[in-house]
Write a protein that binds this ligand. Structure first.
Ligand SMILES: Nc1ncnc2c1ncn2[C@@H]1O[C@H](COP(=O)(O)OP(=O)(O)O)[C@@H](O)[C@H]1O
Ligand SMILES: [Mg+2]
Length: 474
């Protein structure tokens, strides 16, 4: 039979509550009995004390033969009788009553003997016969002994009862303990495990791995949850594929329109120059014609530059890997860009000499591009810092190119990696640099990000794994 988690938890709670109620009732009952017993013991002590008093006066009488003593003794005996009857009436059920019944007979006999003695005295007899004295003494002794025993028995019984009730309490806690352990085990196996499975699957989804949750066959809410989650994962995976496709098409569209636009300008200029040349070929003005040709040549150069960066962007995608010290690679890149760095820009290199990685040499282009952009952003001079550090927990290292230039406005920071995005004037930047950089980092299984504040420079942070799992194709 399959029970839902709610059912299982309710059942456990019901058992808990019933057990607690039982223990509570049991404890209330023993408390009640103990209370009764303590009251009985107190009353029995009163009884015992009354008899002791009666016997004290009895003894006094036999020493002085003063009648007042007998009257006193009788008084105490009557008191004792009252107490005894009272105990039987009030606590009959809870006291060891059999002995008390017998004591009543003995008490009554003792009372009768004392009454007889008093009558005998009132009749004017002066001497009491020794057999009567002996009888009364004997009856008194038996009564005291008996009552002493009864009180002791009642105390022993009560002490015993306290011990027993403690044991019962301890024993009653055992099922509660066992039940607690069972509930804890149930929570671990029925709740914690499936939750862990689901949590793992969701973490995977968050990292882009749309793998289905392993089947959960518990027959409860978790099974249906896993089922719904799997449906959701399938749907997400489908949507994700569609999204990637849409993004691909969008960037292809952007690229095509960018290329068309960029190439159109130089082609137009060339075309105009050639048309003028054709029309005026017969006429004079050699200087002017030369100027037109030089202009056309410049535009051809611009067209070639655009095509060159397009080719770099789309270049063969297989990586040629080499094990290098990262510091060496940095130094070579710096050597390459040094001539373009003006004197008012300082270059600081904070790269440890022990970072070694198996990477493609295109990483050099990444650094050259980042340094060139930094130089362009610091028209009035400043400082470029190149920093690198190990990220051993990620099995790779990071490097940063930090400048103190104009910074990137928040509005455009998300676009800087787009192909053909540039803020530079026509002919200065093609807008392809960072998109090429982005592609190279991706190809290496790494990543690049940028943070910047206008007026406070920009920081480009790149991560690279130490090893490439295999040759990647994009
Ligand atoms: N270090 C930097 N500081 C400020 N802006 C930058 C920096 N690097 C890049 N950018 C911005 O990103 C844009 C795109 O850069 P990039 O792709 O290299 O193209 P390009 O350098 O040809 O403009 C630049 O035009 C510039 O606006
Ligand atoms: Mg650039």
């Amino acid at each position: 039979m399959k029970i839902s988690i709610r059912g299982k938890i309710s059942l456990a709670f019901m058992i808990f509550i019933s057990l607690s109620a039982l223990i509570w009732a049991r404890s209330y009952y023993s408390q009640y009995i103990l209370n009764q017993k303590i009251q009985i013991i107190e009353r029995k002590y009163d009884l015992f004390n009354a008899i002791l008093e009666a016997r004290r006066y009895e003894k006094n009488y036999f020493l002085s033969f003063d009648r007042k003593n007998i009257a006193e003794a009788l008084n105490y005996v009557r008191q004792a009788e009252d107490i005894l009857r009272n105990i039987l009436k009030e606590y009959g059920k809870y006291t060891l009553a059999k002995n008390l019944d017998q004591s009543i007979t003995e008490l009554v006999t003792y009372k009768e003997s004392l009454t007889n003695l008093l009558n005998f005295q009132e009749e004017g007899h002066l001497m009491v016969p020794p057999n009567i004295i002996e009888l009364i003494r004997k009856q008194g002794r038996i009564l005291t002994n008996k009552l002493e025993k009864i009180v002791k028995k009642e105390s022993d019984f009560t002490r015993d009862l306290i011990g027993k009730s403690q044991t019962i309490h301890l024993l009653a806690l055992i099922p509660v303990f066992i039940l607690s352990v069972l509930v804890a085990l149930f929570l671990v196996f029925s709740v914690n495990r499936p939750l862990k499975t689901i949590e793992n699957a969701i973490t995977k989804i968050a990292s882009g791995d749309f793998e289905n949750i392993p089947e959960i066959k518990t027959g409860d809410e978790f099974e249906s949850l896993a089922y719904s989650l799997n449906n959701m994962i399938d749907e997400l995976s489908k949507r994700n594929k569609q999204l990637v496709q849409a993004q691909k098409l969008a960037s292809l569209g952007k690229l095509t329109s960018g290329v068309a636009h960029e190439l159109n300008n130089p082609l137009n200029n060339i075309s105009t120059s050639i048309q003028i040349l054709i029309e005026e070929i017969e006429e004079d003005g050699l200087e002017y014609k030369k100027e037109l040709l030089v202009g056309a040549e410049k535009e051809v150069e611009r067209g070639k530059e655009i095509v060159r960066s397009l080719l770099e962007f789309a270049r063969e995608r297989t990586l040629t890997l080499k094990q290098v010290y990262f510091l060496d690679l940095i130094n070579r890149a710096i050597k390459h860009v040094k001539p373009e760095i003006p004197d008012n820009i300082r270059l600081k290199v904070e790269v440890p000499d022990n970072i070694q990685a198996t990477i493609g040499l295109r990483i050099r282009s990444v650094i050259i591009n980042l340094i060139t952009n930094a130089v362009h952003a610091m028209k009035d001079g400043g400082e470029i810092t190149i920093r690198a550090y190990n990220e051993l927990d990620k099995d790779g290292f990071s490097f940063q190119v930090i400048d103190t230039g104009e910074g990137i406005p928040e509005k455009i920071i998300s676009k800087v990696f787009d192909p053909f995005f540039t803020t530079k004037e026509v002919g200065k930047g093609s807008g392809m640099g960072l998109s090429i950089v982005y592609g190279i980092m991706e190809q290496h299984g790494g990543s690049i990000s940028v943070s910047s504040e206008v007026g406070n420079g920009a920081t480009f942070t790149c991560f690279l794994p130490f090893h490439q799992p295999d040759q990647r194709d994009l």
